[in-house]
Design a protein around this ligand. Structure first.
Ligand code: TXA
Ligand code: MG
Length: 317
């Protein structure tokens, strides 16, 4: 069921139900973070291994002090700069935060989402929400209420409809080594923006860490259709010319390919707009019964890095 009724959503959540919620990044699958019964439902519905920790969604910066401890000064600074917004901070957890949320780690991921309906919802209830992206494990994250409804139907109580997600890609996740920020997952805030506040940051290398982070899984964010990522679209088109092909392009269409099979992410070349359109365009191409999606590699700067990261993961089978 899709609805805009915040009070109904709050009622379901208070009764340990699972509700699809809008955020500025992607839709989340939300449950009461203080109820293990409710949290378990999320793992079941998403078919997500319980070794993958969840993000706590809190209503404001002050709540961070109630769920985290020994918070580095840099975390405060980043929170003040970007919250509410698409930045997730990894801090030491307080004892009362369930191991089911953190996958038995002593850290917890926390953010204040920047969406008016969800902020109002968080202000209506007296507990934080755990909310992974509202897609089955490894599938494309949803950026519209309809995507969530299509994925889960009656398995969830309702989807709170907050329109299309404005950022369109998951939050940037930042952890700390003492006071030094480490980017765990590229996301809706570019490295350059983080560095304006924090100075030089380190990027966590998937191969070098024990931390379980599905954002770091090789295969993730994948459509059902096979996808390849390239800097040379014409060469790939030539190579696969017998196939029914869809194109995911940055600015310009390619001649001699049916226009309905071409998705242009931003004709004006704006990386923010391209990011906002990325998952929706992948969802659309995925419904077209194509043999193959050929995606154009983005400039490796700003949000272009985030887009390349997601497209690279989507190519892994
Ligand atoms: O934009 C977002 O972050 C969306 C919306 C709904 O808020 N949520 C989202 O959640 O992307 P999810 O569960 O799909 O991704 C959460 C990521 C995972 O990669 C998880 O491993 C990581 O956060 N994570 C959570 N807790 C962690 C921790 N304590 N240490 C390291 N990584 C953690
Ligand atoms: Mg996810």
């Amino acid at each position: 069921m899709i609805s805009t009724d915040i009070h109904l959503a709050a009622k379901f959540l208070k009764n340990e139900g699972v509700v699809g919620i809008p955020t500025e990044t992607v839709y989340g699958l939300a449950a009461n973070a203080f109820s293990e019964n409710a949290i378990r439902k999320i793992f079941d519905i998403k078919k997500r291994p319980t070794t993958n920790p969840l993000i706590l969604h809190i209503k404001n910066y002050e709540e961070l002090l109630k769920v985290g401890t020994d918070i580095p000064e840099m975390a405060h600074r980043l929170a003040k700069a970007f919250w509410p917004g698409p930045l997730t901070l990894i801090v030491n957890k307080q004892k009362h935060i369930s191991n089911l949320v953190t996958a038995h780690q002593n850290t917890v991921a926390v953010r204040v989402p920047n969406h008016p309906l969800t902020l109002e919802l968080l202000n209506t209830i007296d507990f934080p929400l755990v909310a992974p992206s509202a897609n089955p494990f490894t599938r494309i994250s949803p950026t519209k209420a309809l995507h969530v409804d299509d994925y889960f139907k009656t398995k969830i109580a309702m989807v709170l409809d907050g329109g299309s997600c404005s950022a369109g890609v998951e939050s940037t996740i930042v952890g700390f080594n003492l006071n030094q920020p480490i980017v765990y997952r590229l996301g809706a805030i570019s490295i350059e923006e983080i560095e304006k506040i924090a100075g030089k940051v380190t990027l966590l290398n998937a191969g070098k860490t024990k931390t379980t982070t599905p954002g770091m899984c090789k295969k993730h964010y994948a459509p059902s259709t096979k996808i390849i990522l390239t800097s040379n679209i014409l060469q790939e088109l030539n190579h696969w010319k017998e196939k029914k092909i869809g194109l995911l392009l940055f600015q310009q269409t390619i001649p001699n390919v049916q226009l309905i099979h071409q998705k242009i992410l931003s004709p004006e070349g704006d990386l923010k707009i391209a990011t906002a359109n990325l998952y929706n365009s992948l969802h659309e191409l995925d419904t077209m019964n194509l043999d193959l999606i050929i995606a154009e590699r983005f400039p490796d700067e700003g949000l272009g890095r985030t887009i390349n990261d997601r497209l690279t993961r989507a190519t892994k089978k």
